[in-house]
Design a binder for this molecule. Structure first.
Ligand SMILES: [Zn+2]
Length: 112
């Protein structure tokens, strides 16, 4: 069965699930967004339930939305360095995730 893909801004991001996921600094992470490979990775070690995996996929899809809409680059241009831009993007992604996931998404999907 092919992996699920999440369409964001006209591109399909393949969702890959694997154990022991780490970022470029070697830190264990819940998920990763990789724009150069059109991939969203979900860590099976850290995300124990389907609900946790879905929340992580939504979080990483928001990072994809920031990238695809050019907002990640706007943050890099406005910030003093890439670390500050990443920190602000992470804060915005977490804010949107916590405000919308999962209840707002569930209710919107019931609209007829
Ligand atoms: Zn994040």
């Amino acid at each position: 069965m092919p992996n699920l893909t999440i369409p964001v801004g006209g591109r399909d991001f393949e969702v890959v699930q694997r154990k022991g996921l780490k970022d470029d600094d070697g830190e264990s992470v819940f998920g990763l967004f990789d724009s150069s490979h059109d991939r969203i990775s979900i860590c099976l070690t850290k995300n124990k339930t389907v609900s946790e995996k879905r929340a992580t996929a939504f979080h990483e899809a928001l990072h994809a939305a920031f990238a695809m809409s050019g907002q990640s680059e706007v943050l890099v241009a406005l910030c003093r360095d890439a670390d500050q831009a990443r920190a602000i993007e992470e804060s915005l992604v977490i804010a949107i995730e916590n405000m919308m996931w999962p209840r707002a998404i569930e209710v919107i999907q019931r609209l007829k």
